[in-house]
Design a protein around this ligand. Structure first.
Ligand code: NAD
Length: 428
C-alpha cells in the first residue's frame, strides 16, 4: 500500500471544493481525522507461542453522528490505508444521508494463516484494545475485507463482556441470532444493483445486450454478479484473487456461486439441481478481465486496481466501483478523457453501510424488520441519492464522482457550520 493513499483520497475533496460553497472552517476540519488509534494485540497461538499483531481504528469526522466503518483483516492494512478508508466513509455516510460520520479499522494479518481459535482470540483481543474508542453512540464497526458475521458476533460478545451488558448496537453485520439485520449480507451488492438499474436506463441500455465483467467474487462481487445475471444482463467474466473466467455467451452466475459454496472451486459451470457441468470458457488473468471489451466493468476486489499504468487499456463504457478506491485519481483523468463514465464507490457500494444503519436502528428500538422491508428501504435510499447525484453531475457538468463529493460536502458542511462559522462570530 502506497504511503500516498490518503493524499490521493484528499485530491477528490479538493476537486469537489471548487463546486461547493462551504465555510473555510468546514474545509479545515475535514483535512484531518478526529482521532486515530494504533494498538498491539498479543495472541497466544495454537503452538503455544505468543505473536503480537498491529491493529488500527480511525474516527475521521463525527459532525453528523457517531462514526461508522468496517474492520479489515489484510496483510496490507496500515494507518495510511485505514485513515483513507475512514475518510471515504465520512463522505459515503453523508451521500446516503445517514446520521453517521466515518471511521475504519483493521489488523495487519493474513487471516488464512490462522486457525479458527487463533482468529477468535485475535478478534476478541482487538476489541479489548479498542473498547474505549468505540460504542453505540461513539463509533460502530462492521465487516470489511476478510471479516464476516461470525467475527462481528465474537466482537459484539467481547464488548458486551467488557461493558457487563449486552450491547448489540456496538457493531453491525452480526449473525441474525445476535441482533443482525435481515438483508445485511447481500446489502452492498444489492445497493450496487439498484444504482446500476437507476443509471443504465439513462443511456437507453437494454439488459439482455449489456455485457458485464466483475473483478472479485466475494461478499459483494458475487452478489451483484448474481443479481445482474438474474435480471437478464450478460455477465461474461468474473474473477477472484487467483484469476478469472470468461465466456462470450455469458456465465450462469447462480450455478458458479452454488458450485463455489459447496466445493470451494471457482469454475464456469452450469448446474441443474445438484448436477453441475463445466461449460465452454476461457481462463483469463485479472489484468485481462479489466481490459475486456464490455459495457459495464465492476471492480469489486481491492483498491488501486485501475491506475495510470492500465487505464489506457480499459475498454468498458461504464465503471461501477463496488470495491473502495479501485480507480486512482490519475486513472480517473485518463478514463474521463476516453469518455468512460465512472460511478463512484461512495455511492455505488453504500448499500452495506445503509443496511448497517438499519441494523443499528433495529438494535436500539428492539423492533426487527422483514427482509422485504429492509430491501425496499434500501432501494428507496439508493435510487433517491443516485438520482440526486446524477442531477448535480448534469447541472454542473462534472463527473459522478465529483458530484457525489459535492452532495456529501454540502451536507457535512452545513452540519459543521450549524455550530457557528467565522462570519457568525465576528459579525455583531
Ligand atoms: P471479500 O473478501 O468477500 O471478497 C474479495 C474478493 O476479491 C474475493 O473473491 C478475492 O478472491 C478477490 N480478490 C482479492 N484480491 C484480488 C485481486 N488482486 N484481483 C482480483 N480479485 C481479487 O470482500 P468483500 O466484502 O466482497 O469486499 C470487496 C470490496 O468491497 C472491498 O474493497 C471492500 O472494502 C468493499 N466493500 C465491501 C462492503 C461489504 O459490505 N462487504 C461494503 C462496502 C465496500
Amino acid at each position: 500500500m502506497s504511503e500516498s493513499l490518503f493524499a490521493e483520497a484528499r485530491q477528490r475533496l479538493d476537486l469537489a471544493l471548487k463546486h461547493v460553497k462551504i465555510s473555510e472552517d468546514a474545509v479545515e476540519q475535514l483535512k484531518y481525522p478526529k482521532a486515530s488509534l494504533q494498538v498491539s494485540v498479543p495472541v497466544r497461538m495454537d503452538d503455544g507461542s505468543l505473536q503480537v499483531f498491529q491493529g488500527y481504528r480511525v474516527r475521521y469526522d463525527n459532525t453528523r453522528g457517531p462514526t461508522k466503518g468496517g474492520i479489515r483483516y489484510h496483510p496490507n492494512v496500515s494507518m495510511d490505508e485505514v485513515q483513507s478508508l475512514a475518510f471515504w466513509m465520512t463522505f459515503k455516510c453523508a451521500v446516503l444521508d445517514l446520521p453517521f460520520g466515518g471511521a475504519k479499522g483493521g489488523i495487519t494479518i493474513d487471516p488464512k494463516q490462522l486457525s479458527k481459535f487463533e482468529l477468535e482470540r485475535l478478534s476478541r483481543g482487538y476489541i479489548d484494545a479498542i473498547a474505549d474508542f468505540i460504542g453505540p453512540d461513539v463509533d460502530i464497526p462492521a465487516p470489511d475485507v476478510q471479516t464476516n458475521q461470525i467475527i462481528m458476533g465474537w466482537m459484539m460478545d467481547q464488548y458486551s463482556i467488557i461493558q457487563r451488558k449486552i450491547t448489540p448496537a456496538v457493531i453491525t453485520g452480526k449473525p441474525l441470532t445476535m441482533g443482525g439485520s435481515t438483508g445485511r449480507e447481500t446489502a452492498t451488492g444489492m445497493g450496487a444493483y439498484f444504482a446500476i438499474e437507476t443509471i443504465m436506463p439513462k443511456f437507453q441500455a437494454v439488459r439482455e445486450s449489456t455485457t458485464v465483467a466483475v473483478q472479485g467474487f466475494g461478499n459483494v462481487g458475487a452478489v451483484v454478479a448474481d443479481l445482474l445475471c438474474q435480471a437478464g444482463y450478460r455477465v461474461v467474466a468474473v474473477s477472484d484473487s487467483k484469476g478469472g473466467i470468461y465466456a462470450k455467451q455469458g456465465l450462469d452466475i447462480p450455478s458458479i456461486r452454488s458450485y463455489k459454496n459447496s466445493t470451494r472451486d471457482f469454475r464456469a459451470v452450469y448446474c441443474e439441481g445438484t448436477v453441475c457441468n463445466i461449460v465452454e470458457h476461457e481462463i483469463i488473468t485479472n489484468e485481462q478481465l479489466l481490459a475486456l471489451d464490455v459495457d459495464i466493468l465492476i471492480p469489486g476486489a481491492l483498491e488501486n486496481q485501475i491506475t495510470e499504468n492500465n487505464a489506457h487499456n480499459i475498454r468498458a463504457k461504464y465503471i461501477f466501483e463496488i470495491a473502495n478506491g479501485p480507480v486512482t485519481p490519475a486513472a480517473d483523468r485518463i478514463l474521463e478523457d476516453k469518455g468512460i463514465r465512472v460511478f463512484p464507490d461512495i455511492l455505488v457500494n453504500a448499500g452495506g453501510v445503509t443496511v448497517s444503519y438499519f441494523e443499528w436502528v433495529q438494535n436500539r428500538s428492539g423492533l426487527y424488520w422483514s427482509l422485504d422491508e429492509v430491501n425496499s428501504r434500501l432501494k428507496h435510499k439508493m435510487v433517491e441519492e443516485t438520482e440526486r447525484i446524477w442531477a448535480i453531475a448534469e447541472r454542473e457538468s462534472i463527473s459522478m464522482r465529483t458530484a457525489a463529493y459535492v452532495h456529501a460536502l454540502n451536507r457535512i458542511g452545513e452540519a459543521i457550520d450549524a455550530k457557528g462559522t467565522r462570519d457568525y462570530y465576528i459579525s455583531q
